[in-house]
Design a binder for this molecule. Structure first.
Ligand SMILES: [Zn+2]
Length: 79
């Protein structure tokens, strides 16, 4: 992980960040799509959000969603 300077506001920002935490300028390094969702998320969140952190959130949602689906199915079947 390296720090780079935001071309928009000169804020120091991680090259793994989706967008500058200061001004929302899309950074999105390592092959991530520029603009689009990453840009919107960066602006809305306004905080440091790395691509790997986003992946972890998605994996967690899918994981707990799967567990919830199994529990709901078991509850319905056992009635
Ligand atoms: Zn900036």
């Amino acid at each position: 992980m390296a720090l780079m300077t935001c071309p928009e506001c000169s804020h120091r920002v991680s090259d793994k960040a989706l967008a500058c935490p200061s001004c929302g300028y899309p950074i999105a390094g390592d092959g991530a799509p520029r603009g689009g969702v990453a840009h919107v998320v960066g602006r809305v969140a306004g905080t440091w959000l790395s691509v790997s952190a986003l992946e972890n959130i998605v994996i967690a949602i899918v994981f707990f969603g799967g567990i919830a689906a199994v529990l709901i199915t078991l509850i319905l079947v056992n009635r």
